[in-house]
Write a protein of this length. Sequence first.
Length: 228
Amino acid sequence: MDAIRYLDRTGCQWDTLPADFPHHKLVYHYFKTWTADGTLHRMHNSLREQVRVQVEHRDRQPTAALVDSQSVRGAETVGRASRGYDAGKRVNGRKRHIAVDTCGLLLAILVTGANVQDRTAAPALLQALRTCFPTIRLVWADSGYAGKVVAWATTHLAMTVRIVAKLAGQTTFVVLHRRWAVERIFSWINRCRRTVRDYERLPAHHAAMVQWAMVIVMTRRLARHQHT
């Protein structure tokens, strides 16, 4: 675990892990295995519940969420089949679509090519959110999700999608109602150098690196809370 956290935090290559960690092939084996068998997912979810209860003084399960996306440049290890070009952001790589709770903690993530529009990926992301968190009834989103997604979520998922639009005449960054929570998590994720760009051959492995980044954030928050 320490070796995976080190790699995610520093952005080093697998075969350049320091010698005091286990062999890089063994570390990668556990990274791949824990991603595939759900161990990482269960650990991440358990930490999120602990942070919600102990630090945020909330219920274990959320009742509302926020969705957004972020395009990241893909390294040469990202294959053509799973990458795309985001013309708006001028990014060639992948896009991570995320759902977070109102505390800014990760609930779900979907990794696609950067050319996939938010409203195109939204049904799969919202369906996963509804399946994993049946208590969620309200979702905030930006104007990129406006249109058919709102009606689809109401009809098929019994979920209300509320659009938080930019202020009239806004040209610079402004903290918008509820939107700050999802914007903050992108900053948290990008503290880990491995997630600033996408170096993973498989989209699932990039999603795993994002989860590991949040594991680092949540364990530190819990540790600070216990010392105060």
